[in-house]
Design a protein around this ligand. Structure first.
Ligand code: ADP
Length: 492
C-alpha cells in the first residue's frame, strides 16, 4: 500500500499538477487575505476621518475642562456627548477616576465588551479594533486623551459596510473556486500533453529487445527540447549497444565455429582409440571415455551458443513440416540409451504401429530437443530411477489436433520460485548448482526451437519428487500431409 502511494506521488504528472495547483491555491488564498486587509483599511480610514470630524467640538471641550481649575460639569458634558453622537459615531468619556459617561445610544449596550478594547498609551489615539456588540459590528478606538487623563472614546456601527465586505468576499470565493476548477481542467489537459512524449519514449524504450536493438530508434520530433535531448542521448546509447552486441555475437559465432571442427576431430580420434584400445589398461580406457564425454559436452555447449547467436541475428531458420514423431522418439531414445546408465522407457500410442503419429516439426531439431530434456532428466536424478518419455495424441487449446511429448523423471525437482525462470538464458536453479555441471543454456534453446516449430513447452515439477517437461506440437492439416507425401491425405 505504502509503495503504491509513494509511486503515485513519484509520478512526474502528479507532481506537476500538485505543484501548479498548490501554487494557484496559495496565490488565491494570499489574494483573499490581501483583499480583506485592504477593505478593512478603507473602512478604518473612513471611520477615523468621520470620528475626527465629529469629535472636534468634544476634544476642544475636554481640553478646556482640563485647563480649568473648576471641576467638570458632567451633565453639560453628557449633553455634548449626545449632541455629537447624533452625527454618526457614538462617543463616551472615561474620567480620570474611572467613571464612564456614555452618550444615550450607548447606554443599552454590553459595556464589558467596550472595556475589553485596548486603549493604547499616551496622548496618541489607540488602535482601531473591530468588535461585535449586540450582534452589530463596531469599530472602536480611544480617540483623545486630555492633560487631566480624561479619555474620549468612539464606537461606530459598521454593520452594513462589513456585511457588504463579507458578501463581496463570498462572491470572490465562488469566482476563485470556479477559476481554480478551470485551472485544474486546463492543467490536466496541458500536463497530459507535455508528458505525452515522455510516455511515448518510455513505451518505445520498454519495447526494445536485443532483436530490435539495431533497428529501434526513439522518435525525437515534435517533443519538447528536453525530451528530444533525452531521446537523442538514448538513441546514441542504442547505437553503441547495438554495435557492441553485434561484435559480441560475431565473436561468439566465430569462436564456436572455429572450435567445433577441432573438437569433432578430437572426439573422432578418442572414439577410434577406445575401439582399438585392446592393449590399454582399464583406467586408461576410463580416462578416454571421460575425455570423450567432456568433448561431447563442450561440442553441445558450442552448438547451443551457435543456435543462440543465430536466433539473435535472425538466422536460425527452421523449416517445420509434417514428421512422424513416434519414429523420431524411437531414434532419440535409442541414441540416449547408449549414453545412459539408467532405464529409459518410451510409451507410444497403441495404434502408432499401424499409423505414424504425425506432427509439425523439424526432425533433427525435435530430436535435439528430446535428447536435451532426457539429458537434463538424467543429470538431475541422483538415484537410478527410470526416465519416462511418453507420446500422446491430444487436442490443443484451439481444439486443433496435436501431439504431446512428455519427459518425466523422479529427480531433484525444481523450486517453485525458479519454475517461471528456467527457460531464461543462463538461469540455473540453486538446487541444481552443486548437482551437475551446466551452462543454463539448454532449456532456453529448447524453448526457442519448440516455438520456432510452432509448438509450446510447459513444465510441472515438485521439489524432491521430480519434473515433467511436456511439449505440444500441432498435427498437420490434411493439405499439409498431402504436400509432404506428394499425394492426397492418408486414409483415416
Ligand atoms: P543446465 O542444465 O545446463 O543448467 P538448462 O537450461 O538445461 O541448463 O536447465 C536450466 C535449469 O533448469 C537447470 O540448471 C536446473 O536448475 C533446471 N532443470 C532443468 N531440467 C531439470 C530437471 N529435469 N530436473 C530438475 N531441474 C531441472
Amino acid at each position: 500500500m505504502g509503495t503504491g502511494r509513494s509511486s503515485r506521488f513519484s509520478s512526474l504528472l502528479v507532481q506537476l499538477r500538485l505543484a501548479v495547483l498548490g501554487t494557484a491555491a496559495l496565490g488565491f488564498a494570499a489574494a483573499a487575505v490581501a483583499t480583506i486587509q485592504l477593505n478593512r483599511q478603507v473602512l478604518v480610514r473612513d471611520h477615523l476621518h468621520r470620528a475626527a470630524m465629529a469629535a472636534e467640538p468634544l476634544v476642544a471641550r475636554l481640553n478646556a475642562v482640563a485647563a480649568s481649575p473648576q471641576p467638570a460639569d458632567l451633565s453639560e458634558l453628557r449633553r455634548d456627548l449626545d449632541r455629537q453622537s447624533r452625527r454618526g459615531p457614538l462617543f463616551w468619556i472615561r474620567l480620570p477616576d474611572g467613571r464612564r459617561l456614555l452618550s444615550r445610544p450607548l447606554e443599552g449596550i454590553d459595556r464589558a465588551s467596550l472595556d475589553a478594547v485596548p486603549g493604547g498609551t499616551g496622548d496618541r489615539p489607540g488602535p482601531v479594533t473591530t468588535r461585535t456588540i449586540s450582534n452589530h459590528r463596531y469599530l472602536v478606538h480611544r480617540h483623545h486623551r486630555s492633560s487631566d487623563g480624561t479619555d474620549l472614546w468612539v464606537a461606530e456601527d459598521v454593520n452594513e459596510p462589513w456585511r457588504a465586505l463579507v458578501r463581496l468576499l463570498m462572491d470572490m470565493l465562488l469566482i476563485w473556486l470556479g477559476c481554480l476548477a478551470l485551472t485544474l481542467l486546463a492543467l490536466t489537459l496541458l500536463t497530459r500533453r507535455i508528458i505525452r512524449p515522455l510516455r511515448e519514449l518510455n513505451r518505445m524504450a520498454a519495447a526494445i529487445t536485443t532483436d530490435t536493438l539495431a533497428t529501434s530508434r526513439l522518435p525525437v520530433d515534435g517533443a519538447p527540447q528536453e525530451v528530444q535531448d533525452l531521446a537523442e542521448a538514448y538513441n546514441s546509447l542504442l547505437d553503441r549497444l547495438a554495435h557492441t552486441w553485434d561484435h559480441q555475437r560475431s565473436f561468439v559465432s566465430a569462436v564456436s565455429h572455429e572450435l567445433r571442427n577441432p573438437l569433432t576431430i578430437i572426439s573422432g580420434y578418442l572414439r577410434l582409440l577406445q575401439r582399438r584400445g585392446g592393449s590399454l589398461q582399464p583406467e586408461q580406457l576410463r580416462a578416454l571415455a571421460t575425455a570423450e564425454a567432456e568433448t561431447h559436452r563442450i561440442t553441445r555447449l558450442l552448438n547451443d551458443l551457435l543456435d543462440l547467436s543465430r536466433s539473435e541475428s535472425g538466422r536460425l531458420e527452421l523449416l517445420p513440416g509434417p514428421v512422424a514423431v513416434d519414429e523420431i522418439l524411437l531414434m532419440a531414445c535409442d541414441l540416449a540409451r547408449s549414453q545412459l546408465a539408467r532405464r529409459l522407457e518410451l510409451r507410444l500410442p497403441k495404434d502408432s504401429t499401424d499409423q505414424p503419429v504425425m506432427a509439425i516439426a523439424e526432425a533433427d531439431r525435435l530430436q535435439q530437443v528430446v535428447l536435451n530434456l532426457i539429458e537434463n532428466a538424467d543429470k538431475y536424478t541422483p538415484d537410478s530411477s527410470a526416465i519416462v518419455v511418453e507420446l500422446v495424441r491430444e487436442r490443443g487449446v484451439d481444439s486443433r489436433p496435436g501431439v504431446a511429448i512428455s519427459v518425466s523423471d523422479r529427480g531433484i525437482g525444481i523450486p517453485p520460485e525458479d519454475l517461471p525462470r528456467i527457460f531464461e538464458r543462463f538461469h540455473r536453479a540453486p538446487n541444481a548448482l552443486d548437482r551437475a555441471r551446466g551452462s543454463g543454456l539448454g532449456l532456453s534453446i529448447v524453448s526457442l526451437l519448440v516455438e520456432a516449430m510452432g509448438g509450446r513447452i510447459e513444465v510441472e515439477s515438485l521439489l524432491g519428487k521430480g519434473s515433467c517437461f511436456r511439449l505440444h506440437l500441432k498435427a498437420p492439416e490434411a493439405d499439409e500431409l498431402g504436400k509432404a507425401t506428394g499425394d492426397g491425405p492418408p486414409p483415416q
